[in-house]
Design a protein around this ligand. Structure first.
Ligand code: HSO
Ligand code: ZN
Ligand code: ZN
Ligand code: ZN
Length: 272
């Protein structure tokens, strides 16, 4: 059985996507999906820079929900459409994040690290003047900082997102090098019932593997972790379900015989 739910999708309600929601939905139906969960960007206090004006990654959640409900009315007999958000986490924003997630009837919330101590790994400056390993460590440490103060989300998105942008990406990246940090991260995820996302979007950046790397997902499984969603992180119709066969093999190899979907913040499990 193929994976028939894509739980990480953007449309034009995200600052960095131009794709109309209806085009995403039509492509999802054509690909044979049974469920799609939109997870538009909501990154509070994202730094302003060239090409990123104030509020760029802050979804207009009312407008987004209105369009999602309209799509449900049109396509609801062909596909289940879920109301999600990708919340860009920063530890000092814990209260703002808590208020936001409680203000809308979300089905699913991804917590993601797009910033690390206020800096964007997407900018080359994040890596300048230090080793790649030092930059990756700072990023993983900031995930731990987030997990120590905020838990009101369902899964951590693309746990090793930072390697997309490193000078050598995942060429020299191993679980071993960051073992101490991953162990703490996984402990906090398990303690708080937060799952791990298999994000296939990194392949488009030239990575060898999906997010997170194999050892991280294996270790999450071996420690008793059960919540694993799959998402393409598509920002345009052509990327929906991208590398999903690979995600299926990856899940099996890490010990999972199912994947997870969410409805009204409640998990259910679908056999692979
Ligand atoms: N957060 C985006 C990538 C990015 N663009 C960071 C600018 N800064 C990933 O969807
Ligand atoms: Zn994006
Ligand atoms: Zn993201
Ligand atoms: Zn995303």
């Amino acid at each position: 059985m193929a994976i028939r739910a894509d739980f990480h999708l953007h449309s034009s309600f995200s600052g960095d996507s131009k794709a109309p929601m209806v085009e995403m939905v039509e492509r999802g139906i054509a690909m044979g999906l049974r469920q799609m969960c939109f997870t538009e960007h909501m990154d509070f206090d994202f730094p302003v820079s060239e090409g990123i004006p104030k509020g760029f990654f802050e979804v207009n959640t009312d407008a987004y929900l209105y369009e999602l409900l309209r799509c449900r009315a049109v396509y609801g007999d062909r596909i289940k459409l879920c109301f999600g958000v990708e919340l860009g986490l920063q530890a000092y924003l814990a209260e703002v994040q808590e208020g936001y997630v409680n203000s809308f009837p979300f089905d699913f919330i991804i917590g993601s690290s797009h910033l690390c101590n206020g800096k964007d790994p997407y900018d080359a400056g994040f890596f300048a003047g230090r080793s790649e390993e030092a930059a990756y460590r700072e990023y993983f440490e900031s995930i731990i900082d987030n997990l120590e103060v905020f838990h009101n989300f369902d899964i951590y998105g693309h746990l090793d997102y930072v390697v997309r942008y490193g000078p050598d990406q995942d060429k020299f990246y191993t679980y071993e090098k960051y073992r101490d940090l991953f162990e703490r991260m996984l402990e906090l995820l398990l303690e708080n019932g937060i799952g791990v996302e298999v994000n296939t979007g990194g392949i488009g950046y030239g990575l060898k593997e999906l997010h997170p790397c194999r050892e991280v997902l294996k270790r999450y499984h071996d420690l008793g972790g059960e919540i694993v969603t799959v998402g393409s992180d598509a920002h345009r119709p052509a990327d929906i379900c991208r590398e999903f066969k690979r995600a299926e093999d990856f899940l099996r190899d890490c010990g999972f015989s199912y994947y997870t979907v969410f409805d009204r913040r409640t998990a259910s499990f679908i056999k692979l």
